[in-house]
Ligand binder design. Structure first.
Ligand code: ATP
Length: 324
């Protein structure tokens, strides 16, 4: 059973930078074999949450509370540096947001691929190169040529696809993709996401895709989790969240995307701006400044995440409505 899609349970996770919480008391389950999309505006804590899955939060950041329990691996929050290095790449594949610039400028992609394979004890390096070419080919690139290239010879979109290839090539069964398609145009984006979905199904993966664009993940994710100001404000099956968003922030995000509302004239930008670490309120609901449903209680009490059927929502107004 060791090569099956693992389940992941994030429980009560708080991550701080200089003691200010960027992720606050987040609980989220990634069921085995599913694709979960985490969405939210810039600064909502998505990347910090993704880094926590690899215990890769860098100082001044620190995991202040909670656990990230991954089947067959354990609670990675407690892992020492060497322990986590061994599972990164081989058991948890990842492409971080800066993937377009994270290649070594002095080495060809192929050389970096071999380094990656060797550092994880891959014996069949020829097989690794074959798999890499196959993945690149599926993403519309000439695999042999890309492996012979240096970073500066590749466009932003090509580098991004190289990043995805590197995340998948070691055959990890948990894959974390942070903004995997931002450098790509809409059509290429949707092709790449389709390929991610195909590979996910062929190999039996558990996948986490992070994006600020809810339209991007709507096509591929089984489940959606919406973050705002470090809090997870709503989560549930994608279709349900899109068809009947409960949290006013989720509603705002969906309304802002013409291809989700189906009518370009009806798309409305979400007014206001998200908080920064310095301005995020220490008490009460993090979304209240922009919320059309704000009530007195929102100023003082942070709403708990509560289950409503298949949905989990953290909102006082939703709670009042549900109990009315
Ligand atoms: N190294 C750091 N030092 C200090 N603050 C940080 C650091 N990294 C992130 N932050 C802050 O933590 C908060 C969450 O950032 P994070 O990158 O996780 O959000 P995000 O939702 O992924 O946003 P983006 O899409 O812009 O990356 C932001 O307010 C950000 O400014």
């Amino acid at each position: 059973m060791s090569k099956q899609a693992p389940g992941v349970r994030i429980d009560g996770l708080t991550v701080t930078y200089n003691n200010l919480p960027a992720v606050r008391n987040v609980s989220l389950e990634l069921p085995p074999g599913t694709i979960t999309g985490i969405v939210g505006e810039s600064g909502s804590g998505k990347s910090t949450l993704a880094l926590s899955l690899l215990n890769a939060v860098q100082p001044p950041g620190r995991i202040a509370a909670g656990s990230v329990e991954i089947d067959e691996i354990g609670n990675v929050v407690e892992f020492a540096a060497e322990q986590i290095r061994r599972v990164r790449g081989s058991q948890i594949g990842y492409v971080f947001q800066a993937a377009q610039n994270s290649l070594n400028p002095l080495k060809t992609v192929g050389k970096q691929l071999l380094d990656l394979g060797r550092s994880h004890g891959v014996e069949d390096l020829r097989g690794l190169v074959r798999d890499a070419k196959d993945l690149l080919g599926r993403m519309g690139l000439d695999g042999a040529r890309v492996l012979d290239s240096h970073q500066h010879e590749l466009s932003g979109g090509m580098r991004q696809r190289v990043g995805i290839m590197l995340a998948l090539v070691l055959n990890a069964h948990l894959v974390v993709l942070d903004e995997p398609t931002t450098a790509l145009d809409m059509i290429t984006q949707s092709t790449i996401l389709k390929i991610i979905r195909e590979v996910h199904e062929e190999r039996g993966l558990t996948t986490l895709v992070i994006t600020h664009d809810i339209g991007v993940v709507a096509e591929v994710a089984d489940r959606l989790a919406v973050m705002y100001g470090g809090r997870l404000v709503e989560q549930g099956p994608t279709r349900e969240v899109l068809a009947s968003p409960q949290h006013p922030y989720t509603r705002g995000l969906i309304r802002a995307i013409p291809r989700l509302t189906g009518d370009i004239d009806e798309a409305q930008a979400l007014p206001g701006r998200p908080p920064t670490l310095a301005t995020v309120p220490a008490e009460g609901c993090v979304f209240r400044e922009r919320c059309p449903l704000r009530m007195d209680v929102c100023d003082t009490v942070d709403p708990a995440a509560e289950a409503y059927g298949t949905r989990i929502v953290a909102c006082h107004a939703v709670k009042v409505k549900e109990h009315a």
